[in-house]
Design a protein around this ligand. Structure first.
Ligand code: M6R
Length: 613
């Protein structure tokens, strides 16, 4: 999740860019850079100093020449290529005149780079983004204006982008474009701005406009002109912004948790981008482990804590079902101390949003010490877990600030299920046509999550009605069980109420004794193959006086007979349901917590990352 900013026509170009980059800090970054452009000259500075990158950039810029009225700046959150200065943006073309910044992922960058290199272009970074500078250079050499060159280049590109380009031969123009990744334009008399998010330009611009997918905007000091990708003029929608900086950093939401819940469709989409080659092979660019080694895996052990542990539990079902490899899931704090058996062919997967959770790091170290190969699933590039592991897959959920993990969970499930499909592909345990269908289904989840988020107001009503309750049981079967565990964790950590996740089939083995009037049972009931069994479990708790809330699919006609409240979700392949079904449960926990006056971003007694045992 990179941050971008640009300005044309300013008397304080450097100040605008550096302040804007600082204000994008909440998006997280590992490196930063700017380019200042005027007739015939481009001046660039880049730093890679983790969260100190913008401060380091400020130092570098003390030597910047004065008199530039236009420039672009970028904070990078690495996806392709290590967080090093050579990979920091802006990237330049071969001539050094064209500078680009990019947030997103260019899916076909490998083939584009091969074609560009065959035409003599020289690349200096290990990023997917640099192809954009060279593509635009090619179009400029055909005599096209910068805006036209950008538009033509984007017709060749697959993937996600918020992009800004400048050319020293056409100074005082920035061309920006967007697909999927966010982009806004701002205006003030004689100055025009662009940014990933409003906070970067909040007190500089006086009017703000949203750029939509597949729109190209030419910015000059006098204002902007926008077209679609075919070149037809479009009008940008003006935004009503009456936020202070704090609200703006939360994207207009009341808190980071609701911002992060709302970002889940993007988190899934970004995690799945650029994961399939033309020949159909599922690929992870960053996974430094050979196909042969993956194919020969005999046993998988997943180690993780909290929410990441629940994502790991979902992965067990997917890997066993699709790749036919036996899977164990350990709570990471337990793994190290139980003298684990690590046989030849054991692959240990450490799952952690932060990549800094001490229990998970210690567990993977123990596994490595006993001879296992370790893959990290991390949301933070170059986290300790990622650095120490033999291989890594990055979820691309963007910075998660709220202590309660939300978007990281759905991104972890997406990444782990993709890995399960890769294992199945390598081991030929699924037909290619089944892998195609599952891959398509996985890519449809993001839209289904968006649909579910649109139903937020109904969840709020249900939470309001149940605000007096103190005891909650969350039930599920199959992957609905880890979803229930995660729903219960969200409720307990946010509201401080008693909430227990349980396999629905285990109810009769004890917990049923606790069911009485006043207890709320929340059931995940979206899997058709488990439906009858869940219905009878719910009938049992209802007969004992519990109030029943069910997460059920749109087409479920039977659920109303046993549930007092139904939270509807779109139907999908059962293995994908945790990413969809968790959404109403997150919203429920969030609404309950707000109703009870809790601090949703910082629940009592908890830290975002647990770094002590
Ligand atoms: O950074 P990690 O994914 O390793 O963190 C693991 C847990 O500490 C974390 O998921 C925690 O349980 C969250 N507060 C849950 O919302």
């Amino acid at each position: 999740m990179c941050g971008i900013i640009g300005v044309v026509g300013s008397s304080d170009t450097l100040g605008t860019l550096l302040e804007g980059l600082q204000r994008l800090e909440y998006r997280g970054y590992d490196s930063a850079g700017i380019a200042l452009v005027r007739q015939g000259q481009t001046w660039r500075a880049r730093t890679a100093a983790g969260t100190e990158s913008v401060a380091a950039l400020r130092e570098e810029c003390l030597s910047a020449p004065s008199g530039f009225s236009s420039g672009i700046g970028h904070t990078r959150w690495a996806t392709h290529g290590a967080p090093e200065a050579i990979n920091a943006h802006p990237h330049l073309d071969c001539s050094g005149n064209i500078a680009i910044i990019h947030n997103g992922i260019i899916e076909n960058h490998t083939e584009l780079q091969e074609q560009l290199e065959a035409r003599g272009h020289h690349f200096t970074s290990v990023t997917d983004s640099e192809v954009l500078a060279h593509l635009i250079e090619d179009q400029r050499q055909l005599g096209l204006e910068l805006s036209e060159a950008v538009r033509q280049s984007l017709l060749l590109v697959r993937g996600a982008f918020a992009l800004a380009a400048m050319d020293a031969n056409e100074p005082d123009v920035i061309v920006a474009a967007r697909r999927i990744s966010p982009l806004v334009v701002g205006t003030a008399p004689g100055v025009t701005y662009l940014a990933s998010d409003v906070p970067a330009i909040l007190d500089r611009a006086t009017a703000f406009y949203a750029v939509n997918d597949d729109e190209v905007v030419r910015l000059g000091p006098e204002g902007f002109r926008a077209t679609d990708l075919e070149g037809a003029p479009v009008r940008l929608r003006q935004l009503q912004i009456d936020w202070d900086l704090e609200t703006a950093e939360k994207g207009g939401n009341d808190d980071f948790m609701s911002k992060e819940i709302n970002e889940q469709p993007d988190a899934i989409r970004a995690t799945l981008l650029d994961r399939r080659r033309r020949n159909g092979a599922i690929c992870f660019d960053e996974l430094r482990i050979s196909d042969e080694e993956l194919r020969d895996v005999k046993r998988v052990v997943l180690v993780a804590a909290g929410t990441s542990h629940h994502a790991a539990l979902v992965a067990k079902y997917a890997i066993e079902r699709w790749a036919r490899i036996s899977v164990e899931v350990d709570i990471s704090s337990e793994y190290r101390y139980r003298d684990p058996i690590v046989e030849i062919g054991t692959l240990v997967i450490g799952v952690s949003q932060s990549g800094e959770t001490i229990d998970t790091i210690q567990a993977t170290r123990e596994a490595q010490r006993r001879g296992a190969r370790v893959v990290a699933i991390s949301n933070i590039v170059d986290s300790s877990l990622a650095r120490e592991a033999d291989a890594v897959i990055y979820t691309r959920a963007g910075l998660e600030v709220s202590v309660a993990s939300t978007k990281a969970f759905v991104a972890q499930v997406a990444a782990l299920e993709l890995l399960a499909l890769r294992l199945a592909q390598l081991r030929s345990t699924l037909e290619p046509k089944d892998i195609d269908a599952l891959f398509l289904g996985l890519n449809a989840v993001s839209a289904q999550v968006a649909t579910t988020l649109d139903r937020r107001s109904h969840v709020e009503l249900v939470a309001k009605e149940l605000l007096h309750a103190h005891d909650f049981f969350f039930l599920g079967r199959h992957v609905g069980f880890p979803t229930a565990l995660e729903g219960a964790l969200k409720l307990k950590e946010l509201t401080y109420l008693h909430a227990e996740g349980y396999p629905a089939g285990g109810l009769k083995h004890g917990p049923l004794a606790l069911i009485e009037p006043g207890v709320v049972v929340v059931a995940v009931a979206t899997d058709p193959s488990m439906h009858e069994k869940i219905l009878s479990n719910l009938a049992e708790v209802k007969a004992r006086g519990a109030s029943v809330v069910a997460v059920a699919t749109d087409d479920d006609e039977h659920i109303d007979s046993v549930a007092d409240y139904v939270l509807r979700v779109p139907a999908s392949e059962p293995m994908f349901t945790p990413m969809i079904d968790i959404v109403p449960l997150q919203l429920f926990a969030y609404s309950m917590a707000r109703g009870l006056g809790r601090n949703v971003d910082r629940p009592r007694n908890l830290a975002k990352t647990v770094t002590v045992e």
